[in-house]
Write a protein that binds this ligand. Structure first.
Ligand code: ARG
Length: 431
């Protein structure tokens, strides 16, 4: 058998960019592996997956797998994110964090198909994405070995990488210095690095591609009615459509009105703070609408506890624990709260803003007869007195006793009984 045939295989998550292209060569040259490139479509901007697949073949990959993940991303990942009103640190709708476990699951599948012992990704050692890939892969198949070339290679900074690329026949575009690091998918775009590393510097206009500057947005508001079925967005202005199409259409409407930008300082799982900008026009609007429908339909205790669990869900997903049993249990809770969540929410977009201006559902727990201040009020106002007396009884008892203990005559009486200093709140008392 020739030596070539005995090579082990690695499946690489390939984007077509410089880093992952150099990864192909590095895995071949330094690790002596046969490289299978996996190219995932998660709804990102790209200039042709076929072209990228060609590039992978040109770089000597023994196989290239192009996997369309958009429908699965929407139905298995974004629906869960919407159910959990996914928002890390109450601001970041988790767009990159949501795509990593999906891509990881397909890497594992492709590795199994080809009998590969290794999988590889092009993440650096400073970010969250390496954690998400490797934790997901370890959970799905603990026997697979992960290689992270960018973290391991000694190519130092960009110039060394470019030199290695050129020496190994990796095409290097003329204007290689991309000013930002960008990750995008159906849910939105993440933009970091470059001038954004200065938290004081206003994001330059050229980082935004999905949203216009609110200053340039139309002077008239745009209204959109979002329909939900069991918690999942299913229609816009009454027109039913699959989730990916709905998100794409709403991205257009929200973006034209300058809505969907985020500029934040974020706590990465690896311990550092980073400045991140995001564009998530449809995502932010859908979560806002979804919350409004929940306000209308969820029983109070469910809603209140859900708010707390949503934070835990977001932390799990941000920290790469998509496939954890805890995250699965949280999903089960979220899902049980969504069954009756069918209805519509009216959104008003205007000059960079999006507000909920109406909500309606057959499952609404809002009862106009109870809420009204009109004559046909069904709420028994007289019964409120008994409710307040009983619910406040423990406090009333406590306050009464406190006042008695603090009264001068009573303190003296206690002194006689206990033979100690007068009782003083906040001070040590010896009996
Ligand atoms: N900070 C975000 C996260 O951890 C976005 C990371 C996006 N990656 C990038 N290469 N821009 O989810």
């Amino acid at each position: 058998m020739s030596k070539e045939l005995t090579k082990e295989k690695v499946v690489l998550a390939y984007s077509g960019g410089l880093d992952t292209s150099v990864c192909i060569k590095w895995l071949q040259n330094e690790m002596n592996l046969d490289v299978i490139a996996m190219l995932g479509n998660v709804g990102q901007e790209h200039d042709g997956l076929e072209k990228i697949a060609e590039k992978a073949k040109m770089l000597g990959c023994v196989a290239v797998e192009v996997v369309d993940m958009v429908d699965e991303f929407a139905s298995e990942y974004l629906t869960c994110a919407i159910a959990a009103n996914a928002m890390y640190e109450n601001k970041y709708p988790l767009l990159s964090a949501l795509s990593r476990p999906l891509i990881s699951a397909h890497l594992v599948d492709v590795a199994h198909t080809y009998g590969a012992a290794y999988v590889a990704h092009g993440c650096t050692g400073k970010g969250n994405d390496q954690v998400r890939f490797e934790t997901s892969i370890a959970t799905l198949d603990p026997s697979l070995k992960v290689i992270a070339p960018v973290r391991e290679w000694d190519l130092g900074m960009r110039p060394d990488e470019i030199a290695y690329a050129k020496a190994n026949g990796v095409p290097v575009a003329q204007s290689i210095e991309k000013p930002y690091s960008i990750d995008d998918n159906l849910w939105g775009r993440a933009i970091e690095a470059g001038v954004l590393e200065d938290p004081w510097a206003e994001p330059p206009a050229d980082i935004w591609t999905m949203t216009c500057d609110p200053v340039d947005a139309p002077n008239e508001p745009t209204y959109v009615e979002v329909g939900f079925k069991a918690g999942v967005p299913c229609s816009l202005d009454g027109a039913k459509m699959p989730l990916p199409a709905l998100i794409a259409q709403l991205n257009g409407i929200a973006g034209e009105n300058g809505f969907g930008r985020i500029d934040m300082i974020e706590n990465r799982y690896v311990g550092l703070k980073s400045r991140e900008c995001y564009e998530v026009p449809a995502g932010l609007a859908l979560i806002q609408a979804h919350k409004a429908l929940e306000d209308l339909c969820l029983e109070r205790d469910v809603l209140h506890h859900k708010l707390a669990l949503e934070q835990l869900w977001a932390d799990q997903v941000y920290n790469g624990r998509w496939f954890s049993p805890f995250k699965q249990a949280l999903d089960a809770f979220m899902s049980s709260t969504q069954q009756q969540l069918t209805g519509a929410v009216k959104l008003k977009f205007y000059k960079g803003g999006c507000v909920v201006v109406g909500r309606s559902s057959a499952a609404a727990l809002y009862d106009a007869a109870l809420a009204t201040y009109d004559n046909d009020d069904a709420f028994d106002q007289k019964a409120a007195k008994g409710f307040i007396d009983i619910q406040g009884l423990s406090l009333k008892t406590w306050a009464t006793k406190k006042a008695a203990l603090e009264a001068p005559s009573q303190s003296a009486a206690f002194d006689v009984v206990a033979g100690t200093q007068p009782v003083a709140y906040g001070k040590a008392v010896n009996y």
